[in-house]
Design a protein around this ligand. Structure first.
Ligand SMILES: [Zn+2]
Length: 676
């Protein structure tokens, strides 16, 4: 979801715990065509919904789901056949499953955490039955082992909250051998809540997300299957999805993957079948009122069918949605790598539904208003770009959002700055109206600055102090760290590193160090001095110009004329400029010093001491000093003190610009708080 929305408290999502691991071979996304072993399963041969003729991921899972949606009750009754390929290299006899919809119960961890941080006080002042969500397993069989429903056990690996039923575990009577397959046959019943955390119903709209029992990920030598928490998001294995949705014929439907059939049934329902491969989740939506625009994007790996589902009230913005979507897709392919899927569905969700601004594989939700102006900061462009960007970092690279949320949201926030800057201009990528301009990069710096010392980036999502620091650090600090990194290794090198990272690690589940080491490798630089405090610590960077001073060298000599006037041109001054490192983050900075005769001097300071003083003797006085004159250091918390003039400058342009940013951000947040 977009940072602005997260900080504005419009919707919330989840987080989680820690496990120690030893990574399953991440780099080799070996095609899975091995013969079934273990329990003698027939492994389905899948048709490809991607533009790749061979599997791009390990395809650990194959979900076949047959679901019936009751639009009146907002319920789903479904059967799920999950075939799991044990590529862990060891025998497995225990399997955990997510049941995310159980998060929406008053004693569940998600609700408790939301109450604790006050993010949902507007909604949860009083618990109402419409908030109830549930995923109930009616029957749980394992091929060759019979009915194991009675063996299911809820576990709470993160906080021990016995009232939390978002993870269920089963122990099998017989272990699954390495490289073997196991098939789970599950019957389940869902109750959707009125939209919370981007799932559920609103009026006659529904977003079916996190709605089926989903197996955890074996990662680094252990199961990684966290409870549903209030801030962070998801983590799942790649595989193949074949999903049949049966719902009323009047519904207009969109979903992850490729629609392979659409059949009307005699009872007034229809069954729409979708297929997706090399994806790690499946979401769908239905509403009788969507207006649909089909389009096509000429991708590097073949045409991509675009399906845009708009609210009727927003239909006049459909071209705008299509335009920004295509511009974003083009930029991502140009810089980071190809989009390999055959489809992308963009959903404009029901207004006021808490279903907007979310990403699922080949399926994203945007969000707009009927009055959204071109260039409006919370307009559809920013959210469509943001959610599409997730197709790369969440969708294909697929990092662990419970534990390394920044690797999705933060890297995505960084690429959002780059892509929107490329499309709309560096200083106008967020605002360009009424004479007010603002770039995305400045906005990230502003969001981060308010919570700069609250939390380190690299920690589990649930370990963050609160909603504000989670958003400000995970999203905006990460973006600011990576923007600042451009100043160290160069923008082109950074882009090359991002491309290498994406191409190398797509369809795997890389770690923090995989990302950081890729940047070091591509840049050829040891960057630990920067990465350690920036990602793993929480020191604050804040440099200031402490003082400027000029004094005539011969100040003690009585002047024949008025000092500072007639003789000024020939008076030699001694000038001093002092810089101060106020924070604990040591970082080399440049300062540009201007003199009254027009001279400019650039100095470099390694920043190691607490302060530094530069001295000059010139026939001129010092006029001003500015730290980071090229505006490359986005991590500096307070940019108001980065410059100073000897006398009050009637046009302190940069400071004025910062005030505009502040006013503008405040306005944006104010509007967002009102649910606009
Ligand atoms: Zn996001």
């Amino acid at each position: 979801m977009p940072l602005r929305w997260r900080l504005a408290g419009l919707c919330v999502v989840l987080v989680v715990g820690s496990v120690s691991f030893a990574q399953r071979s991440a780099k080799a996304a070996a095609p899975v065509k091995a013969a079934a072993t273990s329990v003698g399963l027939a492994i389905p041969d899948t048709t490809s919904a991607t533009n790749s003729s061979t599997p791009m991921s390990q395809r650990v899972v194959h979900y076949e789901i047959d679901a019936r949606y009751d639009a009146a009750k907002h319920t789903v009754d479904a059967t799920e056949v999950l075939t799991y390929h044990n590529l862990t290299g060891q025998s497995l006899d225990t399997f955990p499953f997510h049941l995310y919809l159980n998060a929406f119960q008053p004693k569940a961890t998600w609700v408790r955490e939301a109450k604790r941080s006050g993010t949902r006080d507007d909604v949860f002042e009083k618990w109402e039955s419409k908030f109830n969500g549930a995923a109930e397993i009616k029957r749980f069989e394992v091929e060759g082992m019979g009915d194991l429903t009675s063996q299911l056990e809820f576990i709470q690996p993160d906080d021990g909250n016995k009232d939390d039923k978002t993870v269920v575990q089963v122990r099998l009577p017989k272990a699954i051998a390495p490289n073997g397959y196991v098939q789970f046959k599950i019957a389940f019943h869902d109750q959707f809540p009125e939209t919370l955390a981007r799932t559920g119903w609103k009026r006659d709209f529904v977003l079916g997300a996190q709605w089926f029992p989903k197996v955890g990920v074996w990662w680094h030598g252990a199961w990684n299957c966290h409870q549903f928490h209030a801030f962070t998001e998801f983590f799942a294995d790649f595989g193949v999805y074949d999903v049949k949705l049966t719902l009323p014929q009047y519904e207009i439907v969109g979903a992850s993957g490729l629609e392979v059939s659409n059949v009307n049934n005699a009872d007034g329902t229809k069954t729409v079948t979708y297929h997706g491969d090399d994806v790690h989740d499946f979401a769908w939506t239905a509403s009788p009122r969507y207006r649909v625009k089909d389009a096509e994007f000429p991708g590097q790996m073949g045409p991509v069918k675009l399906r845009i589902l708009m609210q009727p009230a927003h239909w006049t913005q459909v071209e705008r949605h299509e335009r920004i979507l295509k511009q974003t897709m083009r930029q991502f392919e140009h810089w980071y790598g190809p989009y390999p899927y055959k489809t992308l569905t963009l959903v404009d969700p029901e207004p006021d539904s808490a279903a907007g601004g979310m990403e699922y594989p080949t399926f994203i939700t945007g969000g707009t208003t009927w009055w959204a102006l071109e260039g409006t900061p919370i307009g559809p462009e920013e959210v469509v770009e943001h959610e599409y960007g997730h197709q790369y970092w969440y969708g294909m690279v697929a990092t662990n959002e419970f534990e390394d949320a920044w690797m999705d949201e933060g890297i995505n926030q960084y690429t959002q700055v780059k892509v929107l800057d490329a499309i709309f201009g560096r200083d106008t990528s967020l605002q360009n109206r009424w004479g007010i301009t603002e770039g995305e990069a400045e906005a990230q710096q502003g969001f981060y600055a308010g919570v700069a010392d609250m939390d380190p980036i690299a920690q589990n999502g649930y370990d963050y102090y609160g909603f504000g620091s989670y958003g400000g650090i995970t999203y905006a600090k990460t973006a600011s760290v990576l923007l600042t990194l451009e100043g160290i290794i160069g923008e082109d090198t950074m882009r090359q590193a991002m491309h290498t990272y994406f191409m190398r690690y797509r369809f795997t589940h890389p770690t923090k160090e995989d990302f950081l080491k890729t940047i070091e490798e591509v840049s050829g630089k040891n960057l630990r001095w920067y990465f350690d405090p920036a990602f793993y610590g929480s020191p604050v960077m804040d440099y200031e110009v402490l003082s400027l001073k000029s004094t005539p060298v011969d100040w003690y000599v009585e002047k024949k004329t008025n000092a500072g006037k007639e003789d000024d041109k020939n008076t030699v001054y001694e000038s001093w400029v002092a810089l101060h490192r106020k924070g604990d983050f040591v970082f080399p900075v440049e300062v540009e010093i201007k003199f009254s005769n027009g001279d400019k001097v650039r100095e470099h300071w390694d920043g190691k001491a607490r302060w530094v003083r530069f001295g000059y003797q010139k026939k001129a006085t010092v006029v001003s000093a500015e730290i980071d004159p090229d505006h490359k250091v986005y991590l500096d918390r307070n940019r108001f003190n980065d410059s100073r003039t000897a006398e009050a400058d009637p046009k302190p342009a940069r400071k004025l610009g910062n005030y505009w940013c502040f006013v503008d951000e405040w306005l944006g947040q104010f509007l967002a708080w009102w649910g606009i």
